[in-house]
Design a protein around this ligand. Structure first.
Ligand code: FMN
Length: 187
């Protein structure tokens, strides 16, 4: 790993991201927003359907209005991205569900958050909101469903790295019930 230092930097970005829920009043410039959105749509997507859509909200008035229906958005950010599932572009799975399309939106949001973190910005995925109210405020068409809100901006506090269950608790080696042996193998 020492030999591939750009790769190491990427790994550091991946492992040091943490949610940011308090933002400075400072604006986020359009170049940063564009780079985050480019990263979002670079995410893997089932059958390359790209069944996603993003509404970028910068108006404080509109953000406050959305916040009234989104208890998960704790403070007013300078920018709020509404990540949506576009049913018209997706295909149902064999059981009739939309799971794969929904997962794609999740992957795109993770890319968005990691890009924000790489740029020194911070954000928080928010699932706690009233979808119908948001759809009305944003004039979303019927086939477009808001799945996650991502408020983001410049962090006020230092970013806390994620606290997680230990790898040995969540990773099974070869089959369920056998502890992960990767640590012993690669150090
Ligand atoms: C699908 C999803 C929905 C979430 N919804 C909310 C939310 O409504 N409000 C909130 O404050 N945080 C929300 N979060 C952020 C989590 O609370 C946060 O990721 C978790 O506490 C771990 O913190 P970390 O990401 O900094 O490690 C959500 C995260 C995910 C993945």
């Amino acid at each position: 790993l020492e030999a591939v230092s750009p790769g190491r930097e990427v790994l550091e970005v991946l492992c040091s991201r943490g949610v940011v829920r308090r933002y400075a009043a400072e604006k986020v410039d359009e170049t940063c927003i564009g780079r985050m959105l480019d990263a979002a749509v670079a995410a893997p997507t089932a059958a390359n359907k790209q069944a996603w859509a993003f509404v970028v909200v910068r108006s404080e008035r509109r953000i406050r209005l959305l916040q009234a229906f989104a208890p998960g958005v704790l403070t007013v950010p300078p920018v709020l991205v509404v990540a949506c599932f576009d049913r018209s572009r997706a295909i149902r799975n064999t059981e009739g569900g939309w799971d794969e399309g929904l997962l794609c939106v999740g992957m795109a949001v993770e890319n968005l958050l990691l890009a924000a973190h790489a740029l020194g910005l911070g954000g928080c995925p928010v699932g706690s909101f009233r979808g119908q109210a948001l759809s009305r405020i944003l004039a979303l068409p019927e086939h477009v469903e808001p799945l996650l809100l991502v408020p983001f901006g410049w962090p006020v506090d230092p970013v806390k790295s994620p606290v997680r269950r230990s790898r040995s608790e969540v990773v099974h080696d070869e089959s369920w019930g056998t502890a992960d042996g990767a640590r012993e193998r690669v150090g």
